[in-house]
Write a protein that binds this ligand. Structure first.
Ligand SMILES: [Zn+2]
Length: 257
């Protein structure tokens, strides 16, 4: 039987209860999804850019990846309690689900970054077309929405019924396809294990403490990164927290042109 960690899983330290302001509305936040799955899970097979966030396994964002840092910083600054996710699935933009945020922790990895954790999430089998909420064919990054829009989206998602379990099944299935094809669940991370609470607690043990003062760049102009510990050069579209070769934390530096 697995022992229950006394650290790392909300509401335990280092998580801090988040005092959201409902009147501040919410955010729509984009993520890349798979095209071959029954529901739009995050793209775990995206080439050189395997996605670990939004991480439904732990209901967190920012624990495993360095993507969407600006969005997380704005969540904390504006006390945003709800993130509604947007993705492109079967040719059109849609809203598959949302996070109700309850905790955060300052990142020990990068200045001005935070990990976010939800107590409630809801992801549906039949996502809401984005066009019913917001006009436009292009959507990237994140956008603010009003308290009324948040209520409308969350109510509609709940009426459709929570199928987060189906998303978790599909993430598992896509990871196993990766394992069969590449030998890794997440090949650019060199990772055979899932991104679950075992992985999360191990990262939080490294991150817990003072808020980092390190100013990071999430992108490398060459997509290549050099580890300051082992010297290995790895390829990834975005900065990883851990060296894929030696496992050293916060050791990767971009290789310039
Ligand atoms: Zn290394």
């Amino acid at each position: 039987m697995k022992s229950i960690p006394s650290f790392g899983i909300p509401p335990k330290a280092p998580w801090i209860t988040f005092d959201a302001d409902c009147s501040a509305g919410g955010f729509l936040s984009f993520y890349y999804s798979e095209s071959f799955t029954r529901v739009p899970i995050r793209s775990v097979s995206r080439i050189l850019d395997n996605k670990s966030d939004p991480n439904l396994e732990t209901k967190t964002y920012g624990l495993f990846s360095t993507c969407s840092k600006r969005m997380r910083k704005a969540v904390i600054k504006n006390r945003i309690g709800i993130i509604c996710f947007v993705t492109r699935f079967k040719g059109s933009l849609c809203i598959p689900g949302y996070y109700h945020l309850k905790w955060y922790t300052p990142s020990g990895f990068a200045k001005d970054d935070f990990c976010l954790a939800a107590d409630n999430i809801c992801f549906v089998n039949d996502p809401i077309p984005l066009s019913s909420i917001k006009k436009g064919k292009v959507f990237r990054g994140f956008h603010g929405i009003t308290e009324g829009e948040v209520t409308r989206i969350c109510q509609t998602l709940h009426e459709k019924g929570d199928r987060t379990s189906l998303y978790l099944e599909e993430i598992h299935r896509a990871e196993h396809l990766n394992l069969r094809q590449t030998g890794f669940r997440y090949s650019n991370f060199n990772r055979k294990e899932p991104f679950d609470w075992d992985a999360g607690v191990s990262i939080l043990k490294k991150e817990y403490g003072e808020h980092s003062t390190q100013i990071i760049t999430n992108k490398s102009p060459t997509d290549k990164w050099c580890c300051s510990k082992c010297g290995n050069i790895s390829i990834s579209k975005s900065l990883l927290k851990i060296c894929p070769k030696c496992g050293e934390y916060a050791a990767l530096k971009p290789i310039k042109l």
